[in-house]
Design a protein around this ligand. Structure first.
Ligand SMILES: [Mg+2]
Length: 167
């Protein structure tokens, strides 16, 4: 079986993904990366925009859960506690284990699940391996370090092949 590295949809910022867009596609669980997806790594707490976005999802009956590979779950725990959402820490992306754990917890199928993240080799690849919709976002705050710039350049050709863009 071959696994594609091409994201299903691209977006500029997490906020481009709206509850109505997800509802139209039958998505009930939105798995979400934390670092450089909802906030740059240096930002410890969710800002008002993240709060409002999470509230709009809750109001629409869409569960948002953080799927993070962070070595320490302290940051993820604090961020999620403030938002009142659940998380899977040490998710081991791109292994499907964390994705499946989250889906089982919420009681949804792969077709009812999407993953939003900024990295091809963890977030997107894991989504592909798990059979869920993959949504790829530009890194929050933009690529800053040398490594982020390299990563950004390496990901670019795959992003060009994405099936669509959420605007
Ligand atoms: Mg990330």
């Amino acid at each position: 079986m071959s696994i594609s590295l091409i994201p299903d949809q691209l977006c500029r910022v997490y906020g481009d993904v709206t509850a109505s867009w997800l509802q139209q596609r039958g998505i009930r669980l939105l798995l979400c990366d934390l670092d450089f997806t909802l906030a740059p790594k240096s930002i410890l707490r969710p800002d008002a925009a993240v709060f409002a976005w999470i509230e709009s999802m809750k109001a629409a009956g869409i569960t948002v859960m953080i799927l993070s590979n962070n070595r320490s779950s302290k940051r993820v725990e604090l961020f999620c506690r403030e938002l009142g959402i659940a998380y899977v820490g040490h998710a081991g992306k791109p292994a499907p284990r964390g994705y499946r754990q989250a889906m089982a917890k919420v009681g949804v199928t792969e077709r009812e699940t999407a993953m939003l993240g900024d990295k091809l080799l963890t977030d997107v690849l894991g989504a592909k391996r798990s059979g869920v919709l993959s949504l790829m976002v530009e890194p929050a705050g933009g690529p800053r370090t040398a490594w982020q710039k390299v990563l950004h350049a390496l990901q670019a050709p795959f992003k060009k092949l994405a099936k669509g863009e959420i605007r």
